[in-house]
Design a protein around this ligand. Sequence first.
Ligand code: GDP
Length: 459
Amino acid sequence: MSSLTDTIAAISTPLVPSAIGILRLSGPKALDIARKQFRPLGARPLLDHLPRELVFGDLLDRDGAPIDRCLCTFSRGPASYTGEDTAEFQCHGSPMVLSLGLEALFAQGARQAGPGEFTRRAFLNGRLDLAQAEAVGDLLEARSREGARHAAGQLTGALSQKIGDIYSALVDVMAHFHAVLDYPDEDIDPFRMEELSHTLQAQLETLDALLATCRRGRQLTQGLSCALVGRPNAGKSSLLNALAGYDRAIVTDIPGTTRDTLEVSMELGGLPVRLIDTAGLRDSDDPIERLGVARSRSAMEQAELILVLWDSALPVTEEDLQLLLHSMSLAPTILVWTKGDLPSAPVPFLNLDPLPPVVTISSKTGQGLQELEEAVAALFPRPSDLPYGQLLTNQRQEDAARRARQAVAQAEEALMAGVTPDALLTDVEEALQALGELTGQCVREDVTDRIFSKFCVGK
Ligand code: GDP
């Protein structure tokens, strides 16, 4: 990635005709370029206006001809998103206007911004820490309301604050041991020892609570994998289509039509869910169908939620029952009676303990789909004691928190075992290092490169 001395520019909105399109500039030449390419309607030149004021005027192309009547606003570093001088043009959302505008900015010496480069600069200039920068990505890609709220919470610093509290408690512990090292002849006061041990234990508890959020964080960012299983013709593809709201899966009444697994992402019961339509689970001589059945089994084994579909118009078979029992042994399971709009076959008494949640639906009429969503939400409720933003949402954060936890546990054990302060300091330093990686205080450049490369251009 090039240096911060460049001025970067990008179109920050999708290149499709839309109400508004935004061009963005950041870097040492941003204000000078904006001044040359934007002509305010009033008498005052652009830079005589206040920072962050919206100024009405004409955006000019590289030859100085107006290409849009729009709004411009600028900020002076460090009081800006990137921490640098920035300018933004809020244009009509015309792909052609935005392209001509961008060309003009390039002609004045700006260069194309790379993926996530604005946010990367915000991080490098200390405007956001790494957890907050990752939250920007999570917010853009949020696929559920809860996910968006958590990302917004992280963006405002909820996670960073929590990590910061642990960090500062550990720095206090470290300061104490440094003092002891400076005066090796003095023993540590037993009362002080107990206090330090309590501090370390409290940090362990906080880190444990944080690590317990990883599962929810992963589900919110990556989606809960949910397998639809059942005999061929049970109505799996129809349910997938009904939930997705469009015909993604081919629905026919020839058993075995869905030969492979098919995945659709959607919000279900407030959670982002990857719904996997499996090939009907049945013995078949067709090698392709057999392959599909094998994939179905694997999807089922990896699923975090299984919907077992039973056709309510047909008698329940031993095979149906076995499938339900097997699913319940693998993951939280909901029993879904399908085709609720048809006359139902006799319903057997299910002698199961516990009984799974049972919902009757019709993909034809939409009956029961709301209840199905509610059943999913009830199986994966939002932890009531989890404030928005105070959760770990990716592997990198989880690894760092786990290393910090391990180091704090070692320090605590060492303290109790009466190990010398210098050995204990090594553990505390290791914990601080791991926490610093989490918020980006000390993190390798290739790690930040990887994080920002996943962002879109213009963010
Ligand atoms: P799959 O093999 O489990 O994926 O089953 P499909 O979704 O392909 O459905 C098999 C047959 O059942 C098709 O003819 C569907 O139109 C029919 N079907 C599916 N759901 C319903 C429903 O809710 N009501 C009625 N009446 N028919 C349904």
